[in-house]
Ligand binder design. Structure first.
Ligand SMILES: [Fe+2]
Ligand SMILES: [Fe+2]
Ligand SMILES: [Fe+2]
Length: 417
């Protein structure tokens, strides 16, 4: 599997924009603006790459509808979403440098002196802050009017923004072509208009791909204590099942990625629905059930993730044609997708839910076997699961316990809403 780091992050950032029509494309537009500014300011390629990663993920901590809309306002939410974003990214060796930049993307320049952060990181955070504000202004006015934008930004040079960055923005703003990729009519991803030599472009190592997908599993799961460890449990279960059914090598990596990312479309579902204590009404259920399709849209935008996309986005399909979103039937559901479906249900049954504690192994197997008899699940996979139940469940439990520990660390000290 050859996947480029920036393609992966940029593609998956699409998930962050899905929640509200007002923010669609925000992360990529901000990444474009920040990259152009950084280039104009003489920031080197390594740091531009870091800044790009921070920019495509910068509002990742906006979990609720309220906090996402606040992320687009001038007051923000006391920058709580910036702190949450930092915590989601900081433990990942690939993203820890970008994490500090995300943390300060709403911090005014006048506060830099009291922060205990490297000056270079704060300079990058300042560029991101400015890029973010410019995009918010273009969204608000539904147009890129340089005079209006500079009229808003210039008086804030010094206190809010770095004067050198504001000056660079002024020069760029006057350049023909600078605004074209951001125009409301522009369909193309604006980051595609950046020159190839803008970044340290390289492929992922196998190890890094796993790390990046685990980081995303936290982004997906940590929004709610009820889902905090789900994707990690599914990934672990799916990998063992896949091994037992004869998959190996790159296909196993793809299975782990599909497990970590299978619910990525849920990022588009507001926390208010994810955390609802009672049953969902029809409208809420319809929103919830869009997550596999949204996941497909997001994952398919990353070149190289074809298998992962198919397997992840078919995790609610059933062999007897009663699943969703496409009511696929047996012949159209590949082994990888069958593995995901079984791993998802197994993990969901075994873990605690807001309305019930986890179901023990014996009863879980009875439910799964009933579903196989009913034609929903693959009977061969269910019988492999029965054979390896003790091992599979121990691995699932260990993976979820480690995710739970990371979740505790993540939430300790998060500022209250
Ligand atoms: Fe923000
Ligand atoms: Fe933003
Ligand atoms: Fe799902």
């Amino acid at each position: 599997m050859h996947i480029r780091l920036l393609d992966f992050l940029s593609g998956l950032s699409g998930a962050l924009d899905l929640m509200s029509p007002e923010v669609v494309g925000h992360h990529k537009r901000v990444a474009y603006l920040a990259s152009r500014l950084a280039h104009a300011l003489g920031v080197d390629r390594k740091e531009r790459t870091e800044l790009f990663m921070a920019a495509v993920l910068h509002d990742v901590g906006g979990f609720t509808l309220q906090s996402r809309l606040a992320a687009l306002s001038f007051e923000a939410d006391g920058a709580r979403h910036a702190e949450i974003g930092y915590r989601l990214l900081r433990d990942n060796p690939l993203l820890d440098e970008a994490a500090v930049i995300v943390r300060h993307h709403h911090t005014p320049r006048s506060r830099y002196g009291v922060l205990n952060e490297p000056v270079r990181k704060l300079q990058l955070a300042g560029i991101l802050n400015l890029a973010d504000r410019v995009d918010v202004l273009t969204l608000r006015h539904k147009a890129c009017d340089p005079t209006e934008i500079m009229g808003h930004i210039r008086p804030r040079a010094g206190y809010q923004f770095d004067p050198a960055a504001v000056e660079a923005l002024g020069d760029l703003a006057a350049e023909p072509g600078f605004w074209a990729p951001l125009a409301p009519a522009a369909k193309e991803d604006p980051t595609r208009s950046l020159p190839d030599d803008m970044f340290d472009e390289r492929g992922f190592t196998h190890q890094e791909l796993m790390q990046a997908s685990t980081a995303f599993s936290h982004i997906i799961d940590f929004r709610s204590r009820f889902t905090a460890t789900h994707s990690r449990g599914v990934a672990e279960t799916a990998v063992i099942l896949a091994e037992k059914s004869g998959m190996e090598g790159a296909r196993l990596t793809a299975i782990r990625l599909a497990g970590n990312l299978h619910d990525i479309g849920k990022l588009a579902v507001p926390s208010e629905i994810i955390d609802k204590p009672g049953p969902l009404n029809e409208a809420e259920r319809a929103i919830m059930e869009r997550h596999p399709e949204l996941g497909e849209t997001i994952l398919s935008s990353v070149p190289g993730l074809e298998d992962v996309t198919a397997w992840a986005s078919q995790h609610h399909e059933k062999l007897n044609g009663t699943g969703y979103p496409n009511r696929l039937s047996r012949e159209d559901i590949p082994l990888g997708s069958r593995v995901m479906a079984l791993a998802d249900i197994f993990t969901a049954l075994r873990e605690d839910r807001p309305y019930r504690p986890g179901i023990e192994n014996g009863r879980t197997m009875a439910i799964l076997e009933g579903m196989a008899t009913g034609g929903a699940l693959d009977p061969e996979l269910v019988s492999l699961m029965r054979g390896g139940l003790v091992e599979i469940d121990a691995c699932r439990r260990a993976a979820q316990a480690s995710a739970a520990e990371e979740f505790r660390r993540f939430y300790t000290g998060v500022p209250a809403q």
